[in-house]
Design a protein around this ligand. Sequence first.
Ligand SMILES: Cc1cc2nc3c(=O)[nH]c(=O)nc-3n(C[C@H](O)[C@H](O)[C@H](O)COP(=O)(O)OP(=O)(O)OC[C@H]3O[C@@H](n4cnc5c(N)ncnc54)[C@H](O)[C@@H]3O)c2cc1C
Length: 314
Amino acid sequence: MTENTLHDVAIVGGGAAGLSAAVTLARSLRNVVVIDAGEPRNAPAEGVHNLLGREGIAPFELVALGRAEAEGYGARMLSDSVAEVRRDGENFTLTLAGGAKLRARRILLATGLYDELPDVPGVAELWGTHVLHCPYCHGWEVKGQSIGVLGTTPMAVHQVLLFRQLSEHVTLFTHTMPELSDDDWDTLAALNVEVVSGRVAELRAKDGEIDAVVLDDGHEFDIDALTVAPRFVARSDIYEQLGGTLSENPMGSFIETDFAGKTSVDGVWAAGNVRDLGAAVAASAAQGSMTGGALNGDLIFEDATAAVAARKAA
Ligand SMILES: Cc1cc2nc3c(=O)[nH]c(=O)nc-3n(C[C@H](O)[C@H](O)[C@H](O)COP(=O)(O)OP(=O)(O)OC[C@H]3O[C@@H](n4cnc5c(N)ncnc54)[C@H](O)[C@@H]3O)c2cc1C
């Protein structure tokens, strides 16, 4: 059954972006509901780093604090997943996986992205603990260690340089990356980066740690951490249901918006990783807050315009 309440904004996704937007909107006395499936992208990590004021906090603790802050201002939280969104006149009807139906004037997509990992056995198993991608999220934690870089894209040399800043022991496994240029070879040699040619067959784990990188030809290499370049894919089912299409850049696919978070689908806004593949937690939260403010402004303008029309008609 569809609820009678017409929410000002339904926020799909309650990670850093969605919860920050909820705080901003609820503090503006907006009737806001957050529906969250409870799987933030950084869930496998032991802590959130590079986050001013909450350095190292556990991912789910951050989410719990954000939820409590948003609820403190009157936001409604639902632990569920949005299965379908339909346009309903000027508003939207959302159907949740649990069967409930909600109504809202605006939709804010804060659904994040998923990391499409290289198809190498063992990589998914150690993702977020010993298999890494971001030097700013977990680089300091592996400083000085023996770090491997799995080459799958032309950006692998760039990733080598980022992690070489953190350790003198960096090995590039060329795996499936394009051939190195003469300039690349010069740079890698000057920085004492070992280059291992050949395909990686397996990242072998032992007791939750990396045991060895094993090549197709059977050679084994001892490393502490492996960095990879996932393809970032926006969680966009709902956007596509409403007629939106994804944009592509070299990192992956995302929902394009204007600077405030407005998409090309009327009434649908986006914040965080779903629109910005490179945004870490602080940037996602900042986008949520800015987009929450912009949405409030959009609703204020709509209501003021309607009030003027009603007054003139009276
Ligand atoms: C392993 C790893 C470690 C990381 N470590 C750090 C770090 O240390 N520091 C840092 O700044 N960044 C880190 N990041 C990046 C960080 O995870 C993202 O920047 C951040 O999570 C983006 O926030 P978000 O709100 O956009 O998305 P998310 O945090 O992913 O939240 C999206 C939420 O939407 C929900 N959702 C999706 N679809 C639906 C639906 N249909 N209905 C309802 N809910 C839905 C999901 O379940 C999820 O809870 C890390 C990333 C990874 C992969």
